[in-house]
Design a protein. Structure first.
Length: 347
């Protein structure tokens, strides 16, 4: 991704001011957020609502330190390392705030992100609660040549992160993001505060692949799971029927594994690709809203927050017609904040 990990473009101030202005959000954003969580999921399905779910009271978040390496067997740690890896020095960053500020340095490729997360896992840290530039010596491009991890190694890494979370969660509340690269690159510093977050996104995955690895985090105890899937299926020529059936099975399995959790299905985002028709995405989202209602899940209509007058994703919200800019993730962040508030999960 050319804008990966997505530092705010507005940090490059064009005038000599001490504090740069925040990026401008799409017009009427908060009016359009009324479409969230079934309050108004789509014009054709105005009655879709999220299933009732008991929300646990907020538990104060403690210091996000997990036991050093104890949760990762030696054999598993070796399996996580790509062939001929460069040894990484783990840096002790001390106390980390729950929502650290974005800095000028962060991973800009999936390989760098993998090694950063691997270093965090070895150090017993929660990746989603670290500053973007954490463990620089483990991943910085200028210091070493990194071996690209395989898809299987990404799967094992996320599985180990989930195991560590299950052992170290304690009484803290947890939300999980499940999806593909759009989810994987969600800036950790932008996640709603007041709970732990587990990012279970893997770049390039379709709904079949996502469905096959749901059990990897079955030992965790989330109160909310946000699902976004289907973008790569569309790019790979998968039929609508397969996409919808897979997503239905994903929701059902999540309910089975996490009966106390609220499952939130997020819409497929619009794109700017001539090969993928906007009407197809819109129709798929109508079906996804119906599936969410039928399966007792909530529905988060992000699609309507990202489209322009032509039914495509707004140009300033995407880097390449699919992936998101920092402004795109800010729109998503505001939607998550509203969803958390609607569910009673906010601080």
């Amino acid at each position: 991704m050319s804008d990966s990990y997505l530092l705010a473009a507005s940090l490059l101030a064009t005038a000599p001011i001490s504090v740069p202005p925040p990026p401008t959000l799409p017009p009427n954003l908060f009016d359009r957020i009324s479409a969230i969580l079934g309050l108004k999921t789509a014009e054709a399905l105005p009655s879709v609502t999220s299933a009732p779910s008991q929300i646990l009271p907020l538990v104060e978040i403690t210091s996000p330190e997990f036991s050093q390496l104890q949760s990762i067997p030696i054999s598993d740690r070796e399996a996580l390392l790509p062939e001929n890896p460069t040894s990484a020095t783990v840096i002790n960053n001390g106390k980390i705030s729950s929502n650290p500020q974005l800095t000028s340095l962060a991973p800009t490729s999936g390989t760098q992100l993998y090694y950063q997360r691997l270093a965090a896992l070895k150090a017993g840290k929660i990746y989603t609660r670290l500053a973007p530039d954490s463990f620089k010596s483990a991943w910085a491009k200028e210091s070493q040549n990194l071996t690209k991890p395989t898809h299987q190694q990404w799967q094992r890494l996320l599985q180990q992160e989930a195991k560590s979370m299950a052992k170290g969660q304690g009484n803290n509340r947890l939300a999980i993001l499940l999806g593909d690269s759009l989810t994987m690159w969600f800036p950790s510093a932008s996640l709603p505060s007041g709970k732990f977050w587990l990012n279970q996104g893997i770049s390039g995955e379709n709904t079949t692949q996502i469905k096959s690895r749901i059990d990897a985090f079955s030992e965790t105890r989330p109160d909310t799971i946000y699902v976004m899937a289907g973008t790569n299926d569309l790019r790979q020529g998968v039929s609508d029927r397969v996409i919808l059936n897979n997503i239905r099975q994903i929701i059902r399995t999540l309910h089975e594994n996490h009966p106390e959790a609220q499952i939130i299905l997020q819409s497929i985002l619009p794109m700017r690709l001539s090969s993928i028709y906007r009407d197809r995405i819109a129709n798929l989202n109508l079906q996804l809203a119906l599936i969410a209602r039928q399966e007792g899940a909530g529905y988060l209509n992000l699609h309507n927050l990202f489209i322009d007058d032509q039914g495509q994703i707004q140009p300033d919200l995407t880097t390449d017609g699919i992936h998101l800019t920092s402004r795109g993730y800010q729109v998503w962040q505001e939607a998550l904040n509203s969803a958390e508030s609607a569910l009673g999960n906010g601080e």
